[in-house]
Design a protein around this ligand. Structure first.
Ligand code: NDP
Length: 685
C-alpha cells in the first residue's frame, strides 16, 4: 500500500492478524507546519481483550521457540529492511514538525537501536532460550544440593504506550529488548504522530520476518485494554506524569502486579563548571550543547536541558552567548532545507508550552526569545505550531519552585546561578529525579563532587570537556548500551542499558536441586553434576557429538624447581616469590618458592590439549581465573576438564564451548579454577 500517496487517510490498527480501521471516521491529525490534515485516527470497535489474547497465544509460543541468537538475527534482518525503506519514513516525518536532523535521531536512531540490540544479543547472550543469571550456588556441604538463578521470557504481552515526540525511536527502543527477550508487544503510539509509527509497523509486518502477532499496533485509544492485563504482561509508558500515574494505579495493573515501567517528565539540568568561564573550550561547548538541546526536535525531547546551572560570575556572558546563538536559529517548515528548527508537534502542544512559560514567569524573566511572535522563514504562521526558542533567567533559584517543577516541553530553558559546587548539586537535585544531567568542566575535583552528588538523582550523567568534544554523543542522546530512565519525578523506570533492558521482559527464578538435575534444566554443567567419559578425548568431538558433562581427567605432571626457574628466565617474570626462597618464606601466603600462576595454566593446557587437527578451532580466552592454593616445587598437577556449556552459532559452521577447568594437586586440593573458552566446529570435517 502506498501510504504517502493517499493522504489524508484513515489510520489502521494491526490486531489479531489483520489491518483494521476504527468504527468511526476518527479525529484529524494535522501537519505541524501547515495545519493540513495528514490522517484520521480512531480505534473504536477493536476487541482489546482478544488483541492481548492473540499476542499471548499466537506469538508468545512462536517467539519462545526461537533462541536468543535467532531472535537477534530476526532483529538484524528487520533493521536492515527498515533501513532500506527509510526515505519513506523521512518524507512522512516532516509532517510531525521534524527537520531532517530531528528525523535522523528518530528514524536512523531507532533502527540503529534495533541493530545494536541484534548485535549485542549475538555477542552477549548465549544461543539458548533460557538465560543464566550469575553462578551456581552450592547449598550443601556434600555438594548434592545447589541453586542457579535463571531468566525466562514472560508469557504475556508487553504493552508499549509511547509519547508523541519520537514515533519511531520511541517504539523501536522498547521493541528491540522485548522481542530479543522472547515477548510479543502491542504498540500504542501517541495519536498526534501515530501516522509515522503506523507506516513503520506496516513495513515491519510486510517483511514477514516477525512471527505473526509478535507486534500489534493500536492506532488510537487503547479503550479497555488495561482492564485485561494479567500478571505475565508488562506495561511500559512514556509521556506525562499525570497519565503515567493514572495508568500505574489502574486496578488491573495493581491487582495483578503487572510490571509497569514509567518514563515521565524530567527537569534535566546541565552544569557549567566554575573553571569553565568565558574563553575556555568548556564554555563554548556548553553554549553549543544548551542551544542544541533547546532547538533539536524543537525541545520536545525527554532528555532536553531544561535547567542551565551556571556560576553566578559567568551568567551574564552565558546569557549573552546563548541569546546570540538562539537568535540565529532558522525557524520554519522542516521541508525547507535552510530551516534548523521546526514547529512543535501540534497547536495544542504549543499552547501547552506557552502556558508553562507563563508558569515559569512567576520565578524567572525572559532574557531571549519572544514566545508569542514566531520569526518563521516558511510554513503557515497561524496554522503551524511555531515557537521561538525562549531562554529565561531565574536570579534566586533556591527560593524558586516553578523552575524546578514545571516542564515546558518545547524550546525552553532557564538559566540559574550558583556560587559553590555543592549549590550546583543542590539545584540539580531539586528536579526531584531526572533522566540525565551533564557537567561541563575540565577540573577533576569539580567533576567528582558534582557527578557523585547528582548520580543518585539521575539515570545518566554526562561529563563534557575539551578532550571528548569531538567524540561525545552529547547530553541528550540515550544510547542502546546505556540505561535510559530516572528516579522519582522521571518515573522511576529504566529502559535500554544493553542486556539489562532485555531482562525487564523476563522472570528471574531461583532453581534449586541436585547438580545433575540443575544441569538438565539450565543446559549448563555445574560442579557435582554427572559427568561422562567414553574414552574419546572431548577435543575430538564436534558440536554435534559433544554433550554437557563430557569430561577428561588428565595424566599428572610434577612441578620442579627447574621448571619454575626456566619459566621465570624464559618469560622474564622473576618475581621474588618464584626466585628467592627467603623472601618467599617471609611472605604471609607462601611457605617457600612457588610456581607462577601462569606456569600452572600453561602446564594444565599441556595436560588437557589434544594436539592433532580436529574440531576444536581456537581457544579465545579464559573466564574467572583464580589461583586457589600455592604450588611448590615437588607438587603434582592434574586437570579435570568438563564440557560446561555449548553454544552453536545460528549463522556459522561453528560455535562456542565453555569448559570447566579444575587443576588439583597430589592431595586433590584445587590449585586453580577457570573456564576455558573455545570455538568448535559443528561437524567433523
Ligand atoms: P500523554 O501522557 O497525554 O500521552 C502519552 C501516551 O499515553 C500517549 O500514547 C497517549 O495516547 C497515551 N494515553 C493518554 N491517556 C491515556 C489513557 N487514559 N490510557 C492509555 N493511554 C493513554 O502525554 P503527551 O504525549 O500528550 O505529552 C504531554 C506531556 O508529557 C508533554 O507536554 C511533556 O510534558 C510530557 N512528555 C514527557 C516525555 C518524557 O519522556 N519525559 C515524552 C513526551 C511527553 P494519545 O496520544 O492517544 O492520547
Amino acid at each position: 500500500m502506498n501510504v504517502l500517496a493517499s493522504r489524508p487517510r484513515r489510520l489502521e490498527s494491526y490486531v489479531c492478524g489483520s489491518w483494521t480501521t476504527g468504527a468511526r471516521e476518527g479525529v484529524p491529525l494535522l501537519d505541524a507546519s501547515t495545519g493540513a490534515p495528514v490522517a484520521f485516527i480512531d480505534s473504536s470497535g477493536i476487541d482489546f481483550a482478544s488483541t492481548l489474547a492473540y499476542g499471548r497465544e499466537k506469538a508468545g509460543p512462536a517467539l519462545r521457540r526461537m533462541s536468543f541468537h535467532e531472535r537477534a538475527a530476526m532483529l538484524k534482518a528487520l533493521g536492515l529492511a527498515l533501513m532500506d525503506r527509510k526515505e519513506e519514513f523521512y518524507a512522512l516525518s516532516a509532517a510531525t514538525g521534524a527537520t531532517r536532523a530531528d528525523s535522523w535521531v528518530d528514524i536512523d536512531g531507532g533502527i540503529g537501536t534495533l541493530l545494536s540490540y541484534a548485535s549485542k544479543g549475538r555477542r552477549e547472550l548465549p544461543n539458548t532460550r533460557v538465560l543464566l543469571d550469575g553462578d551456581a550456588e552450592a547449598l550443601s556441604k556434600d555438594g548434592t544440593f545447589s541453586a542457579q538463578h535463571i531468566l525466562s521470557p514472560l508469557q504475556g504481552v508487553a504493552v508499549h504506550i509511547n509519547a508523541f515526540n519520537f514515533p519511531c525511536w520511541g517504539m523501536l527502543e522498547k521493541l528491540a529488548p522485548t522481542l530479543l527477550a522472547g515477548m510479543p508487544a502491542i504498540v500504542k503510539p501517541a495519536s498526534q504522530t501515530a501516522y509515522l509509527t503506523e507506516l513503520m509497523v506496516r513495513r515491519m509486518i510486510e517483511t514477514g520476518l516477525l512471527p505473526e502477532g509478535a507486534v500489534q499496533l493500536i492506532a488510537g485509544s487503547v479503550g479497555d485494554l488495561l482492564d485485561h492485563v494479567e500478571g505475565q504482561d508488562v506495561v511500559t509508558f512514556t509521556g506525562s506524569a499525570s497519565t503515567g500515574r493514572k495508568l500505574k494505579s489502574h486496578p488491573a495493573v495493581i491487582g495483578n502486579s503487572v510490571r509497569f515501567t514509567m518514563e515521565a517528565d524530567s527537569l534535566n539540568a546541565s552544569v557549567l563548571g566554575i573553571d569553565a568561564g568565558p574563553g575556555t573550550e568548556e564554555f563554548d561547548l556548553f553554549v553549543k550543547e544548551v542551544a542544541r538541546e533547546m532547538t533539536s526536535k524543537a525541545g520536545q525531547k525527554c532528555t532536553a536541558i531544561r535547567r542551565v546551572i551556571a556560576p553566578r560570575a559567568h551568567c551574564d556572558a552565558l546569557v549573552a552567548a546563548l541569546g546570540d546563538r538562539l537568535g540565529k536559529t532558522v525557524l520554519g517548515n522542516p521541508t525547507d532545507e535552510n530551516v534548523r528548527m521546526g514547529p512543535l508537534a501540534s497547536l495544542d502542544q504549543r499552547d501547552e508550552v506557552r502556558a508553562r512559560i507563563r508558569d515559569l514567569l512567576g520565578d524567572a524573566e525572559i532574557v531571549a526569545g519572544d514566545p508569542d511572535m514566531p520569526r518563521i522563514v516558511s510554513g503557515n504562521a497561524e496554522a503551524g505550531a511555531f515557537l521561538n526558542p525562549v531562554l529565561l533567567y531565574c536570579d534566586r533559584p533556591f527560593e524558586a519552585k516553578a523552575v524546578h517543577d514545571v516542564e515546558a516541553f518545547g524550546p525552553v530553558s532557564t538559566v540559574m546561578p550558583y556560587d559553590r559546587a555543592e549549590e550546583a548539586v543542590d539545584l540539580a537535585r531539586r528536579g526531584k529525579g531526572s533522566l540525565v544531567a551533564s557537567v561541563f568542566t575540565n577540573d577533576p575535583a569539580f567533576a567528582e563532587e558534582v557527578v557523585l552528588g547528582m548520580a543518585p538523582f539521575h539515570g545518566r550523567v554526562m561529563i563534557g570537556n575539551r578532550v571528548s568534544a569531538r567524540t561525545s554523543t552529547g547530553h541528550g542522546s540515550p544510547l542502546p548500551g546505556l540505561v535510559h530512565g530516572g528516579p522519582g519525578r522521571a518515573g522511576g523506570g529504566e529502559e535500554l542499558g544493553g542486556m539489562r533492558g532485555v531482562k525487564h521482559y523476563m522472570q528471574r527464578t531461583a532453581i534449586q536441586g541436585s547438580p545433575t538435575l540443575l544441569s538438565a534444566v539450565t543446559g549448563r554443567w555445574v560442579a557435582g553434576a554427572q559427568t561422562q567419559t567414553d574414552g574419546e578425548h572431548p577435543f575430538r568431538k564436534s558440536l554435534a557429538e559433544l554433550r554437557i558433562g563430557d569430561q577428561l581427567v588428565t595424566a599428572t605432571r610434577r612441578v620442579t624447581l627447574e621448571d619454575i626457574e626456566h619459566f621465570a628466565n624464559f618469560t622474564g617474570d622473576t618475581f621474588y616469590a618464584h626466585m628467592d626462597e627467603e623472601a618467599a618464606r617471609a611472605n604471609p601466603f607462601f611457605e617457600g618458592r612457588v610456581a607462577h600462576g601462569y606456569l600452572i595454566v600453561s602446564f594444565a593446557a599441556g595436560l588437557f590439549v589434544d594436539p592433532a587437527p580436529g574440531p576444536v578451532l581456537a581457544n579465545y580466552g579464559v573466564d574467572n581465573l583464580r589461583f586457589l592454593t600455592p604450588v611448590n616445587p615437588g607438587d603434582t598437577l592434574q586437570v579435570q576438564l568438563t564440557c560446561k556449556e555449548i553454544n552453536p552459532r545460528v549463522d556459522a559452521e561453528h560455535g562456542e564451548v565453555r569448559w570447566d577447568c579444575k587443576v588439583t594437586n597430589q592431595n586433590d586440593v584445587a590449585v586453580a579454577q577457570y573456564d576455558v573458552l573455545t570455538m568448535v566446529a559443528k561437524t567433523r570435517s
